[in-house]
Design a protein around this ligand. Sequence first.
Ligand SMILES: C[S@@+](CC[C@H](N)C(=O)[O-])C[C@H]1O[C@@H](n2cnc3c(N)ncnc32)[C@H](O)[C@@H]1O
Length: 197
Amino acid sequence: MDRPFSQACLNNRDPILNILKRVLQGCNTVLEIGSGTGQHAVWFGRHLPHLEWCTSDRIENHEGIKKWLEEEQIHNVHAPIALDVVKNSWPQATFDAIFSANTAHIMAWPEVEVFVTKAACVLPSGGRFCLYGPFDFKGREMAPSNKAFDAELKSRGAHQGIRKFDAINDLARKNNLVFSENNDLPANNHLLIWRKN
Ligand SMILES: C[S@@+](CC[C@H](N)C(=O)[O-])C[C@H]1O[C@@H](n2cnc3c(N)ncnc32)[C@H](O)[C@@H]1O
């Protein structure tokens, strides 16, 4: 198998990394949800060597993630955990941070609810919840490219779609996660950060 490749990951990895360098200071362990190809994990692991980066995803993506890990040999990036946020048990351990990119608009809303709730459970007080992707902000017109992407997602599956920031933030608040920052990133994406109370 050739390793899977995402051009979007290549484009967004450095803008995300620049924020993570600051936000993940003082953290030791990160659990990534929906690692996808594994490209983010190897890039962030290489450039944030103080972290133990734990990848996870649905089982069908594990072969590709493992291929990236084998070829890049980044010793602080760990083999994927089988973790569908709804169907699998979450690790018993706590993590200093959760990172997830481009997952909230792919998961059905009830899955997003479970995702945020369970993520909050594995974070200690002060733990960071870092969510990257396109979001819909009240009072801010969505960029044409995001409107088109939202329509494409909905045509692929009625359960998918760009999430409202307010809905995710309400969910986060109910789970003791306090919103701390919105980082505007290229291509109308955002890296949102919450901290556990
Ligand atoms: C668009 S891909 C993003 C992959 C990668 N994070 C990136 O930014 O390139 C969406 C990812 O979400 C994962 N995903 C979707 N539903 C999930 C669920 N219920 N639990 C865990 N992961 C899920 C998919 O397996 C896939 O890896």
